[in-house]
Structures are given as C-alpha cells and as structure tokens.
Write a protein that binds this ligand. Structure first.
Ligand code: AMP
Length: 208
C-alpha cells in the first residue's frame, strides 16, 4: 500500500471524507491545509489573520505562507501520510517534491453541478473537522457532530458565491497538477460519484 498520498480534486470532491476513511481504516495521518488554516483563523494567529481574506474570497493563500507551514508539519509527521488540499499549485508541488517522494496522486473527479450541491449542503465540525452532508451523510442528531458532540457549522466559504470562485481558482491554479503528476507516472483518477462507501471501494483499489 502506498505510503504518501496526495489527494487531488476540486473543492467538494470528497478529499476530506475519503481521507478520513483511509485514516481510520489504514492508520494514515492526514495533513489538511484547509483544517490548519481554519484553526489558525480561529486562534487569531498571524498566519490566520493573513489567510482569512484569501479564504473568504475563495482565493488561494500565498505560496510562501503555505509552503512554510507545511514544511514543518511534514517534517514532524511519522508513518503513512495523506496530504489533503496540498499541493494546490505547481510551486507548492515542486517544494513538496524537494522534501519528500509522493507515491500516488489520487484525483477525485466530480462534475461542477454536483460539487456546488455538495458544498452548499456541507456542515463541518469545528472541533474534530468531521464533515457531513445534510442529505447524503446527515449527522444522527441534527446539528451535532456524531464523533465528538460539538455543534456543527457551515464554513464561511461554503456559500454558493464563494464556491464558484473556489472552482475557478481550482481550474486555474490546481488543475495543472493533474498533468504534473501524470507526467511523473503518479496519477490515478477515481470517479468521485456514488455513495461514500462505493467511492471508498474504488479509492482502496487505487492505492494498493
Ligand atoms: P479546503 O478546506 O481545502 O477547501 O481549503 C479552504 C481554503 O483554504 C481554500 O479555499 C484556500 O483559500 C485555503 N487553502 C487551503 N489549502 C491551500 C493551499 N495548499 N494553498 C493555498 N491556499 C490553500
């Protein structure tokens, strides 16, 4: 089984959900730049203050801030690692390549209409970062995280308006990574449609 996995795919394609399942089933450690940035915003750190305006606009946080943050986290990570939301630009991918070898870039492919539906109905846990969908993956008790009991919320950038910007940003800045990893013979694309468990079956096959 692959030991370093980059999760590629647009916002809402299921990177967080599938990454979480790989962690609980196979003991991966997931490093999510989005979760780290939201934590920094919540704690009011310097990084959080700088990142917030980009995140709220659906733009990417500047490469130097992200690369600096991830260098430390990757250096500290032990064992099998999943990178969720990093790299998102060629510059970030080059920086990652200097630090560690990527075994596989798993690209979750989902069409735009489905992405908007998924993201605007997404609810997140501010405490353990679990994600839910109001229809497809609803929490057992309305508004409450199944895993840790915290009150669920809608991310500031999960509104329809910001989602369209995030998709545009994805196409311009992140999609070129598909060709980048394909050229290195590392790319595997999985169609991210169907139930969470059906997609997970395909994901498991892809990382063997
Ligand atoms: P996510 O939770 O992965 O959807 O990320 C939420 C937001 O955090 C993105 O829309 C960006 O503003 C920012 N972000 C997350 N990862 C990165 C990254 N690798 N590079 C730049 N910005 C990022």
């Amino acid at each position: 089984m692959k030991s370093t996995i980059v999760l590629l795919g647009p916002p809402g394609s299921g990177k967080g959900t599938q990454g979480e399942k790989l962690c609980s089933e196979f003991g991966y450690v997931k490093l999510s730049t989005g979760d780290m940035l939201r934590e920094a915003v919540k704690n009011g750190t310097e990084l959080g203050k700088k990142a917030k305006e980009y995140m709220d606009a659906g733009a990417l946080v500047p490469n130097d801030l992200i690369i600096g943050m991830m260098k430390e986290k990757i250096a500290a990570a032990d064992g099998k690692v999943i990178l969720d939301g990093f790299p998102r630009t060629i510059e970030q991918a080059d920086a990652l390549g200097e630090q560690m070898d990527v075994d596989i870039a798993l690209n979750l492919d989902v069409d735009d209409g489905e992405l908007v539906k998924r993201i605007t109905m997404r609810r997140s846990c501010p405490s353990c970062n679990a994600v839910y969908h109001l229809l497809y993956n609803a929490p057992k008790n309305e508004g409450v995280c199944d895993k840790c009991g915290a009150k669920l919320y809608q991310r500031d950038d999960d509104t329809e308006e910001t989602v369209l910007n995030r998709l545009k940003t994805y196409r311009e800045k992140t999609m070129p990574l598909i060709g980048y990893y394909e050229g290195k013979g590392k790319l595997v694309t999985v169609e991210g449609v169907g139930s969470i468990d059906e997609i997970f079956e395909k994901v498991k096959k892809a990382i063997q």
